[in-house]
Design a protein. Sequence first.
Length: 366
Amino acid sequence: MKISVIRENLLKPLQLIGNVVERRQTTPILANVLLRVKANELVLIGTDLEVELQVKLLVTSAEEGDITIPARKLLDLCRTLPDAAVLDIHSNKDKVVIKSGRSRFTLSTMPAIEFPETETAPSVTQLTIPQDQLKYLIEQTQFAMAQQDVRYYLNGLMLEVQASKITAVATDGHRLACSSYTGETGVTSPQQIIIPRKGVTELLRLLDTNNATVTLQISSNQLRVELPGITLTSKLIDGKFPDYHQVLPKGTTKEVLANRLSLHQAFSRIAVLSNEKFRSMRLLFANNLLRASVHNPEQEEAEEEIEVNYQGDELEIGFNISYFLEALAAIKQEDIVVHCTDANHSCLVHGKNDTTSQYVIMPMRL
């Protein structure tokens, strides 16, 4: 294999691949990136056996072929070279030589035939959605995913695809985030998939904030995401996601209208003195007033009073302050609505006049 490529053209693809390749690998070749050259096109492939990323770019090719190179070393070399530098990469048996100006580097390689490429499963469902909409759905919900929960199906983000609606849902068993996009998908039969945490993280990195489209190909155990010059393949979590419709509170008896920014700022201040382990916060709803307070084992306390729109009986309820702050940070509207019933039932939070993104937070015993 023999190619020439401009540093800037190679650097970004290597950075994307570097996010997928884990630093600690059980199999040595997983620390390598596969370079495949054919007809002046270079394909870079990195994988950790759960997520695979392919990036294509144009190069000047004198000789086609496949090699694998240590991903981190190649990325670090590319970073340290000057702008507009040209890299001449030439493989020779079990070594690869990289020349740029007066610099010369020799790296060890491993046979490309040993690289574990992901087999493409037959697509069951295919749909196209604007990139910014998919990015928005993920940003609104991904923070509520569980981390290393024994209920493995919670360690990811559930994507529900219907004919005219896509819904993203994440929960860790203590709170739930749900966000929907309404638009024609072309899907004939509804389908639910659970994307693992790493697949969600890498997909979020790739998506742009423009309205260019992204294609999703869903098979029985795999999600394939097609972007211009980039293909992301992620395994799916095999499990039954909880029925989120059952979790969304219905028939709540109390409603609070508040300014989102004022609430977020007040909660952020008192969070400094909250219990670092339990993060508990006490909320007292009274006549047009919300009193939020926290304390910690060092006998320190913090209290904030916020004006809200609330008419009803006095209500005292406890929550994890971090869960509330993350929900408030995700909501885009100026004002929020909090629906409650009593201290033993979950509350529902969403933007005023907007229920496309909803957040359920379970109460804590005070």
